[in-house]
Ligand binder design. Structure first.
Ligand SMILES: Cc1ncc(COP(=O)(O)O)c(C=O)c1O
Length: 457
């Protein structure tokens, strides 16, 4: 059978409120043309993010009831610790309320103003947390990563030559760790190959620099390794994940993605002294080390989610159903980033809105138009998120790619929801030259996309 169906049944439903294009036009105007500022009830299909938006399973809900809310040493923590250690294998398991809390704890503990953190492509909150300490966040993706149509199977890879050069240039004393993001969210949801991870490991070992993973979507990365990398077809996702983590000295994870959590994160480390310092800061800002800002019930749900995410039938469905959206859009001639990502399909904003200059934010304008046209909410990853419009040099003003991310929540939407999205985008593409450009009215300094506002040009 060619059809891959959703490997779950629906037990609880959440009605979707339908709106008209005229209503949505008014609503997006009131929201300053920023989809983040819309009320969720006014969105028909919400592809803003796959973070914390997944549906929990019956087992996870059962785990919620088992949650132990003891302040210290709760049973829930030990179940969580065991589930994390089984896959990650690191000595210290430190729960946090979400991924960026793990980033903050690590960055505040071990970065100095002259530190440099090389990575494949840092996610926006990671970059912000690194830069907040005064340190430099250095993106070193392979050149193929920034070519929209290039079908390289592992566009998430770091460029090992540039990494070696960076280590020579800055010196290992200034590099507290190298960070690999699996899969690479800001780079199109693209996987990192195991060979690349081994290469980074070898390089880091030679220079005595720890290697850390940003493991928000580790399971999706492992499925791509199984499908695309020689020698992994017969291995289980769990075995692949264990091998992946075995090359690292620690990891940060937003558990709102590949742990099926609505909230949660974790920081794992092998270094005893670093873990001690992190826990001290954790107590100050997040909570006691056995709950780290989470309820006992959250810890139980996450422990179960970590096991469920590695189910091969789920991962096969997940990657195939995301590709389904990409494939149909591609067939309709819509410019999409290739190969298709694990958690999202990315539209090429500049090619879609080729009548709009960078100053009119093509991808952002497309995301606003998409909402008005069919009530689908998506997120720009491009000119606003990474641009420096006042920079002197043109190449610093605008990022290499200006994308719209259609992030697909886990176990939430069915194929007919996706058919609606495909039809809506295809229709919009046919009349793309009617999409109006936007100008910035307000742009905050840090993480501008969350709260910026726009007006029509
Ligand atoms: C790769 C990556 N790292 C870190 C984060 C931050 O996690 P959180 O939103 O849980 O703070 C995200 C969130 O989207 C992410 O995609």
């Amino acid at each position: 059978m060619k059809t891959v169906f959703e490997p779950f049944r629906i037990k609880t439903v959440e009605p979707i409120r339908l709106t008209t294009a005229a209503q949505r036009r008014k609503l997006i105007q009131e929201a300053g043309f920023n989809p983040f500022r819309l009320r969720a009830e006014n969105v028909q299909i919400d592809l803003l993010t796959d973070s914390g938006t997944g549906a929990m399973s019956t087992e996870q809900w059962a785990g919620i009831m088992r949650g132990d809310e003891s302040y210290a040493g709760a049973r829930s923590f030990f179940r969580f610790e065991e589930a994390v250690k089984h896959i990650f294998g690191h000595q210290h398991v430190i729960p946090t309320h979400q991924g960026r809390a793990a980033e903050k704890l690590l960055c505040q503990t071990c970065l100095k103003t002259d530190s440099v953190i090389p990575g494949n492509t840092h996610f926006d909150t990671t970059r912000a947390n690194i830069e907040f300490t005064g340190a430099l966040a250095l993106d070193l993706p392979i050149p193929e990563a920034r070519q929209v149509a290039n079908e390289h199977p592992f566009k998430g890879n770091i460029d090992l030559v540039r990494l070696e050069d960076a280590i020579q240039k800055y010196g290992k004393e200034r590099i507290p760790f190298v960070l690999l993001t699996v899969t690479n969210n800001s780079g199109g949801g693209q996987p990192v190959s195991m060979a690349n991870v081994r290469g980074v490991r070898e390089l880091c070992q030679r220079h005595d620099i720890p290697l850390l993973l940003d493991a928000a979507r580790f399971a999706e990365n492992c499925w791509f390794v199984r499908e695309r990398e020689q020698g992994y077809a017969g291995k289980s996702p769990e075995e692949i994940a264990q091998e992946l983590f075995s090359y690292s000295d620690g990891a940060m994870m937003s558990m709102k993605k590949d742990a099926f959590g609505n909230m949660g994160g974790v920081l794992t480390l092998n270094d005893d002294e670093l873990a001690r310092q992190v826990r001290n800061l954790l107590i100050l800002t997040e909570g006691f080390p056995t709950y780290g800002g989470l309820s006992g019930r959250d810890l139980d749900a996450l422990a179960i989610g970590l096991r469920e995410i590695l189910d091969p039938d789920y991962l096969n469905y997940r990657i195939r159903s995301t590709a389904y959206v990409g494939w149909h859009l591609d067939q309709a001639g819509v410019p999409v980033f290739k190969p298709f990502g694990g958690h999202a399909i990315y539209l090429d904003g500049r090619a879609f809105c080729d009548h709009l200059p960078n100053e009119q934010y093509p991808a952002w304008s497309l995301s606003a138009a998409l909402y008005v046209h069919v009530g689908v909410r998506a997120c720009e990853i491009g000119n606003l998120m990474f641009g420096h419009p006042n920079a002197e040099q043109e190449e610093q003003r605008w990022p290499v790619m200006d994308l719209v991310r259609l992030a697909i929540p886990r176990r939430v939407y069915t194929q007919s929801h996706m058919d609606y999205v495909i039809e809506g985008i295809t229709e919009l593409y046919q009349k793309r030259h009617e999409i109006k450009g936007l100008k910035v009215v307000e742009r905050p300094e840090v993480l501008p996309h969350f709260t910026a506002s726009f007006a029509e040009v």
